[in-house]
Design a binder for this molecule. Structure first.
Ligand code: ADP
Ligand code: MG
Length: 568
């Protein structure tokens, strides 16, 4: 028997606890959603492990969650018969935060409660939200397959530390017991708890049970009976018919699968039949996660096979450039014992990935092409949060390149702001008579692009230039040469050929000017011998005396600068 030990929380946990208790109070009901969500995950994990080890169920194979309360003790208990936790798991799961990037995330908190509350929402509060309503939390747990004597009790007041000790626990799974703070007594009611569960947790696929109530004539109050009733619909939400699912239910389900706090931007729900049969319920979040650029970041798709949870973060089901998509894919064809290795090679997985990619692009096109202001605004939000990631798709997904190109948005010399809201189609629709190319400039910032001397001649002629200033742009452009048959041309490269945009008189004048400066140009070439490859008279400038240009087939100055900055 291991002695009771007292351990300190990881520094970030302490910060999270402190912040949550102070800033999420107005959202306090979410504690129940979070604890039920964990109980449901624990049931999923047990079902998954039991695929290869049926004995884990013992004589208890009806997975369920119970919510109990005790008015006298002022406690609420959330009890599951899921996977449970070992002592080591208790310490690592309930004493630290496993998410990568946690330190950086906490360094961003400002101390302003409202701003921080929104940030914490994106981070996901999880188990620790119990302390919003409780000043003492006890977790009694026993890992599936372990002996009754191997139970573990975790206990904390949510300050700096917690204790762990061994206990006897008759059944498998986890009981989370909340000792409510003074003033939270209104939660001690069947009606109240049921209404919170129906609001936030109706989508949970296993039954959430509560005790029935009965009026006691003698005591003149309701008493709890030893009889249980199911409070939620208890069927997998994605398997229900679309018409039976409300927007709120879709949104709550999103929060469960994504660990996000805010509602999604949009979603798509389909049953796909044909060469591969599966159901997909895919969401676009409203905010980029704090770890969008973290290479080790978990993806967002949960894989189920015929309703049985198989794995989180099935990255094979979505291309990398759509890594921000959250949701569920439930396959009818994959074997239950599918592994990550099998996923990589599976034809079914390839079909699912291709089909899901098309769905996501379709969902984005719907927003992008909509006439409704609400959808337009949503696309603006989408582009701001995820546009840079979507651009990766130009290089990554040759099949859908044209569709992705239509979804791109840029800042433009036609506008007075850095807002990226001009599409290639907008540009093409505004092209001048005789213009056959799409002109762009790349730079490290909007201001640098806007004030580039290369733009002068275009301004003068009233020709629009797209201003590309995101880090991925240069890379993306190496995969994108044209749009709709119109060549994409950098205004900073090569011998700028404005074609029909120049009239005959101009051409003649240019030729004359060139020959009159011939001598000077030769002198300059000599002087700059080892610094410049060529010196030319240019007509692309109207105000600046000179500018540097890159050779048509060479790296652009901006890319060279980026490579240098990256130490190459
Ligand atoms: P998340 O659910 O996002 O992983 P939480 O803070 O909600 O984060 O929970 C932390 C971890 O604690 C979970 O990932 C899980 O491993 C463990 N855990 C929490 N509740 C339970 C439970 N009821 N049964 C088993 N494990 C649990
Ligand atoms: Mg959780």
């Amino acid at each position: 028997v291991v002695e009771k030990e007292t351990l300190g929380f990881q520094a970030e946990v302490k910060q999270l606890l402190h912040l949550m208790i102070h800033s999420l109070y107005s959202n306090k009901e979410i504690f129940l959603r979070e604890l039920i969500s964990n109980a449901s995950d624990a049931a999923d994990k047990l079902r998954f492990e039991a695929i290869n080890n049926d004995a884990l169920y013992g004589d208890d194979n009806e997975l369920r969650i119970k919510v109990l309360f005790d008015k006298d003790a002022k406690t609420i208990t959330i009890s599951d018969n899921g996977i449970g936790m070992s002592r080591d798991e208790v310490i690592s799961h309930l004493g630290t935060i496993a998410k990568s990037g946690t330190k950086e995330f906490f360094s961003k908190l400002s101390g302003d409660q409202q701003a921080d509350a929104a940030l914490i929402g994106q981070f996901g509060v999880g188990f620790y939200s119990a302390f919003i309503v409780a000043d003492k939390v006890i977790v009694n747990t026993r890992r599936a397959g372990a002996f009754a004597s191997e139970g573990v009790r975790w206990e904390s007041g949510g300050e700096g530390e917690y204790s762990v000790e061994s206990i006897e626990k008759p059944g498998r799974g986890t009981d989370v017991i909340l000792h409510l703070r003074a003033g939270e007594e209104e939660l001690l009611s069947s009606w109240k708890l049921k209404s919170i569960i129906r609001k936030y947790s109706d989508h949970i696929s296993i039954p959430i049970l509560m005790q029935k109530e009965e009026w006691d004539e003698e005591k003149k109050e309701t008493v709890l009976k030893d009889e249980w009733e199911t409070v939620n619909q208890a069927s997998a939400l994605w398997a229900r018919s679309k018409n039976d699912i409300t927007k709120e239910q879709y949104e709550e389900f999103y929060k469960h699968v994504s660990h996000d706090f805010q509602p999604p931007l949009t979603y798509t729900h389909n049953r796909v039949e044909g060469r591969s049969e599966y159901t997909q319920l895919l969401y676009v979040p409203t905010h980029a996660p704090f770890d969008l650029w973290d290479r080790n970041k978990r993806g967002g798709i949960k894989l189920y096979v015929r309703r049985v949870f198989i794995m989180d973060d099935a990255e094979q089901l979505m291309p990398t450039y759509l890594r921000f998509i959250k949701g569920v894919i439930d396959s009818n064809d994959l074997p239950l014992n599918v592994s990550r290795e099998i996923l990589q090679e599976s034809r079914d997985v390839r079909l699912i990935r291709e089909g899901s990619t098309k769905r996501v692009l379709g969902m984005l096109e719907e927003l992008a092409n909509s006439e409704e202001q609400e959808n337009k605004d949503k696309y603006t939000t989408f582009w701001r949060e995820f546009g840079q990631v979507l651009k990766e798709g130009i290089g990554e997904d040759a099949t859908n390149k044209d569709r992705i190109a239509k979804l791109l948005r840029f800042a433009s010399s036609k506008n007075d702001s850095a807002d990226q809201n001009v599409s290639f189609a907008d540009y093409v629709g505004r092209m001048k008579e005789g213009q056959t190319k799409i002109f762009y400039v790349t730079a490290e910032s909007y201001n640098a692009a806007r004030n580039s001397p290369h733009l002068e001649i275009f301004q003068k002629k009233g020709v629009e230039v797209l201003l590309l200033t995101d880090r991925v742009d240069e890379w993306m452009l190496s995969f994108l040469n044209e749009f709709d048959g119109k060549e994409l041309v950098s205004v900073a490269k090569g011998d700028l050929d404005l074609g029909a945009l120049e009239d005959e008189a101009e051409k003649k004048e240019h030729a004359e000017t060139e020959s009159s400066y011939k001598e000077l140009v030769e002198k300059m070439k000599g002087a700059l011998l080892d610094k410049a490859k060529d010196v030319r008279v240019t007509f692309r400038l109207t105000e600046s005396p000179a500018c540097l240009v890159a050779d048509e087939h060479e790296l652009s100055a901006n890319l060279v600068r980026m490579l240098k900055a990256a130490g190459q």
